[in-house]
Design a protein around this ligand. Structure first.
Ligand code: GLN
Length: 539
């Protein structure tokens, strides 16, 4: 039995209140007070993981070192806490049911009727405690996706009720994140939606210990008292969360409101040590006081939903702060980009990032973007599909192989410069079967990437089925596109560069997943630096 304490974060009234940011900010404060903390997300949907989801549904699919395809909130957890998450940090209803049904098929329930209570709720409790039972954490914060009152959330709330009963009120607490809307016509903040959502929680047998109230206006003492009285919490346990200028302000704002203090107090943990936020605040200082501004184009096919590229835009923020530079993103829809309009669409940019993706929609636009930046010496970073498009562009326009393509888009191409990995040939199921997670890459010293990483062996996260076709390697290298990073075991080309270009780097892996506030990703830092140089030369 470990001594781990559990903090649940539930949501009320509406979705999109930022539970992930509140959970990450609280975790940051507790971590900086010296506690070891991790954050877990429970997603009440039936998909096993978001790997099979279109990014338009819930935004980007985030990938961990151990190859889990997860909710984008795990990206926030890592960016705030600077420690890796794993398979155990994201649990879905699909995973819960899958393991219960697998056990049933093996006969493990010994003839019993398998039911939501106790079998599904037991499995939820087990998944929550897996992290605690490692003994690695003083506190596990578990965010429950969705909104209280949703049918699919019910088993989760029941599992929380049981855990609170089993482990006690000083080992399990519930933070309810809710909305206190402002009615302009009445000139008033309204507490009723919060009262209703707390009532809903209470109907399931769970009383929240702390209310975090999202609001566009200051919540005064009278309103706090009213919320406390009708939601059955102490006044000091009503924490206001006003809109912030940046998500990275939220830990400081929550500290000012005393969220970490009330949490520790309720869990009977020491409040003596204050959170050490010096490095965090140094980042904020640089982020908020840039001395230059550059504009980077982000070319992708999901640009209507910026969350589809969350880790990339956050990595720009981290790398921008390192360079004391404000990075403005110009969103460019790959389907609207052509060789004819590339010059006008990309005019004035100091760098272009061609994004990851799947399938053939928008790929010709991505290729047009690569050609333009290559020919016009604009810094380029291609990620995964973006790197593959760079190889295709070079093969077509420099090597003259007009039909060069990837077998993902054109299975019959005579020049498959990108083709299916041998290990993927027998794969029939879509879920969880890509080349996923952390793999090593050996870097050559005479390269832009070595300048960035300052080391020859790196480990980066992956999510792909197709790869650089080594049959074309000699031709491509002789024509000026160098392979500067290679997987030492398989020979898979991980990085391509054009040394005659000011900064042209394509990577098969996803550097964006590993950029954090305290460890901005070296490749993004170098890319922004190249963009800054480009902006100065132009003037
Ligand atoms: N569709 C490409 C592949 O599977 C690239 C994947 C990606 O960009 N994440 O290899």
């Amino acid at each position: 039995m470990s001594n781990t304490k559990y903090v649940f974060v539930t949501g009320g009234v509406t979705s999109s209140l930022g539970k992930g940011i509140i959970a990450a900010s609280l975790a940051k404060l507790l971590q900086q007070r010296g506690f070891s903390v991790t954050i877990q997300k429970l997603d009440p949907y039936i998909n096993i993981d978001p790997g099979t989801l279109n990014p338009y549904e819930h935004g980007e699919c985030y990938v961990t070192d151990d190859g889990a395809e997860t909710d984008l909130d795990l990206g926030h957890y890592e960016r705030f806490l600077n420690i890796p998450t794993s398979q155990a940090n994201n649990v879905t209803t699909g995973k819960i049911y899958q393991s219960v049904i697998n056990k049933e098929r093996k006969g493990e329930f010994l003839g019993k009727t398998v039911q939501v209570i106790p079998h599904i709720t037991d499995e939820i409790k087990h998944r929550v405690q897996i992290l605690g039972n490692t003994g690695d954490y003083d506190i596990v914060i578990t965010e429950i996706g969705g909104t209280v009152g949703d049918i699919e959330s019910l088993p989760y709330v029941e599992a929380v009720r049981q855990l609170k009963w089993e482990l006690g009120d000083d080992n399990v607490i519930v933070i309810h994140l809710t909305l206190v809307p402002y009615l302009a016509a009445a000139g008033e903040l309204k507490t009723k939606p919060t009262q209703h959502s707390v009532k809903m929680l209470m109907q399931s047998g769970v009383s929240p210990d702390i209310l975090v109230c999202r609001s566009e206006h200051e919540i005064n003492d009278t309103i706090k008292r009213k919320l406390a009285l009708f939601c059955n919490v102490k006044k000091q346990d009503v924490i206001q969360s006003l809109d912030a200028e940046t998500i990275y302000d939220v830990p400081n704002l929550m500290f000012k409101e005393g969220l970490d203090y009330v949490v520790l107090d309720k869990l009977n943990l020491s409040t003596r040590k204050q959170p050490k936020l010096r490095a965090w605040n140094q980042f904020l200082e640089r982020h908020k006081n840039p001395t230059s501004t550059i504009e980077i184009g982000l070319v992708g096919k999901y640009v209507e939903l910026h969350d589809s590229y969350k880790s990339i835009t956050e990595a720009f923020i981290h790398a921008g702060a390192t360079n004391k530079t404000k990075v403005v993103v110009r969103w460019i829809h790959s389907e609207e980009l052509t060789p004819e309009n590339a010059a006008s669409q990309l005019a004035g940019l100091n760098g272009v990032l061609v994004a990851p993706g799947f399938g053939d929609r928008g790929i010709e636009g991505k290729i047009a973007a690569v050609q333009y930046v290559r020919e016009n010496n604009i810094p380029f970073l291609g990620i995964c599909l973006g790197m593959q498009m760079a190889v295709i562009e070079y093969s077509r326009n420099v090597l003259g192989m007009k039909d060069a393509s990837s077998t993902e888009m054109d299975s019959k191409t005579a020049n498959p410069v990108i083709n299916l990995m041998a290990t993927q040939k027998e794969v029939t199921e879509k879920g969880g079967t890509m080349r996923l997670g952390a793999w090593d890459c050996q870097i050559i010293e005479d390269s832009k990437v070595f300048e960035a990483y300052k080391t020859t062996l790196i480990s980066e996260r992956h999510r792909h089925r197709y790869e650089y076709n080594n049959d074309y390697k000699t031709q491509l290298e002789e024509a000026g596109m160098k392979s500067t990073g290679i997987n030492p075991e398989t020979g898979l080309v991980e990085i391509v560069e054009i040394p005659t270009h000011p900064w042209f780097v394509g990577v098969q892996y996803h550097p964006e997943y590993k950029s954090t506030v305290l460890n901005p990703h070296p490749l993004f830092v170098s890319f922004i630096k190249a963009g800054l140089k480009h902006s100065k030369i132009k003037k």
